[in-house]
Structures are given as structure tokens and as C-alpha cells.
Design a protein around this ligand. Sequence first.
Ligand code: SF4
Length: 351
Amino acid sequence: MTTDRKKILSGMRPTGRLHLGNYVGALKTWVDLQDRYDCFFMVADWHAMTSEYADPSLLPGNMRDMLLDWFAAGIDPMRSVVFIQSLVKEHAELSLLLGMFTPVSWLERCPTYKDQIVQLANKEIETHGFLGYPVLQAADILIYKADIVPVGEDQLAHLEITREIARRVNFLHGGPIEQVTNRPLNPIFPEPEPWLSSTPKLFGFDGRKMSKSYNNAIYLTDSPDEVTRKTKQMITDPARVRRTDPGDPSKCNVFDYHQLFTHDKAEEMGVQCRKAGIGCIDCKKTLANSINNLFDPMRERRASLADKPGALEEIAEDGCARARAAAQNTMRILRGRLSMPEGVSFLGKPS
Ligand code: SF4
């Protein structure tokens, strides 16, 4: 991938089938970003290992399901580099080298570290790998010289560590320091900028946080009937008891969905709700149609991939090869700057 466009790196842990919350929270943004940037999208299986190392048996199936959802949703492997982190081993090499530059105190002060230790108390994650997770993340980003990283507010601290690591490597190995700017003249890595997206939060159809463990999500793989069944179960304005009662859409989960998926008709749904011009049953039917309209092209793309045995593997293999070529190029430059041998020929040089 050699264009003048800025580069973006983003990834997801392979958690399996994606739901509507994952779609509006990240995947839809990725699909849109492809038009403006050179995108690298990573299946972050090594990241998953930081917490799933005791039983990683579900990871292969989860990776497959997630990749299918990405392509079904419109991630285009011709335009974007889609790859599996652990199949581009240069990430591990760079992570190891960046670890040499990273003071432990930077990792220990990372606000998400202590937070995750508490949240994942049922897993033993006080490990070297978990503490060093931001270093691996820095390697993921810097190995492609990404200019921009889409992040949520909670990920800003991690990205700041990436920027600090890049700065430190550049300062030590980025050539002479320019006097006016006090920056190295020949930096190895760009300092990636955050791209903060305002992602709307979707609740599950039971009104709680959307989560696999609550079994309250609408999945991108759900059939039209499943979508209809789940929308029927959605919690509405609790004060609207009878069909003739006016409703308050701002207190209704269904209306939150309408605003995201029913587009230009959403406002009218709200107006009709307020004057009891529409009943909740019909309102939910409209929502089910809106979601199914969104899913129909995804269903077609998924079916066409499923019809071609080996197609998914072929696409993933091609993406890994393209990622590997870019990663190897960065490592060749870095190893040169760090006086590390590319082969045994250096042994022949007189000292
Ligand atoms: S009419 Fe629609 S928006 Fe209004 S309360 Fe019923 S489901 Fe919610």
C-alpha cells in the first residue's frame, strides 16, 4: 500500500460474532474510514491472550466469525489491509525492542492497568504480558507508522504511552537534533494522533448494557425473524400503558435505535409517538424493517463468501502478507538504526 494518504491502524480482540453495539461503536466507522485513509485492520489475537492464555480454545472460531462480520459489514480487503496480529511476527520483535525503551513506571501508572486488574479479578492477569500490553499496542501502531489511531476516551492513556515511546526512540536514534524545534531530524516513527469518535451507546433489547453475557444483543448474523423477535422484546416508555397514551421517545430504547437506523423517518416516529399517532407494536415493526434493511446487504456478502470454500482464508492470507511486507520494512530501518545485524556478514568486518 503506497499512497499519500494518512495511515490508520485499528484492531479488535476476537470475541466472536459482532452485535449492533460493536457495529455502531467501531465497525461502521472503519467502513467509512476506508474512503479517506490507508487502513490496517488487525485481529488482535495476541491481545486476547493477555487474559485468555489459560484457555484460548475459542479464539480460532471467534476470529473466523469476526472476520466474516467485518467483510459482511463492508470492510473491503482490496482497499484495506486486514490481518491477524500473531501471523505478522514482526509485531512481537518490535514489542520486545520497544520494551527496552519503556520504563516500567510508564506502564504501572497507566490508569487502565489497575482498573482492569480489579475488573478481571476472576482471571490471573498480573503478568508480564498484561503489564506490557501498552508496549505491544505501541508496536502494533508504530510498525505501520500509523498517523492516526481511532480511540475511545478510555484508550487515550495507552496512545499517549505509544507517543512517548516513539518520542524516546526518535530522540535516541532519529539522527541529529534540530536546534529550533529540539526534534530529531530523521525520526523513525511518527507520533500517532488520536481520532476520537463520538460513538453512540446502544443498550440491549432488555434495556441493560448490551453484552453477550446478558444475551440481550442483536447480532449482525441474526436472521430477519430473530431481528423481529428481539425488537418485539424491547423496553419502551414505561409511562405509555395504553395505545391512546402519548409517549415520550426520549425515555424509549426503541427510539434510540430509530435515531441510528431509521434515518430520515426517525424524527417523524418521535412526533407520532408524542401524539399517540402510532402504537408501540407498529413502531417496533418499523425498527425491525430498518435493521433488516441494514443487514440485507451484509447477509448477501456473507453468503457469497460462504459459497466459496477457502475464500476467507485466501483473503486473510493476502492481508497478512501485505501487513508483513510493511512491518518488515519498518523493522529493517529500525534494526539498521540500532546497529543490529541483518545477517552474519557483519562478523567478517574488522573491529
Ligand atoms: S411509539 Fe415507539 S418511540 Fe414511542 S414509546 Fe412506543 S416504541 Fe417507544
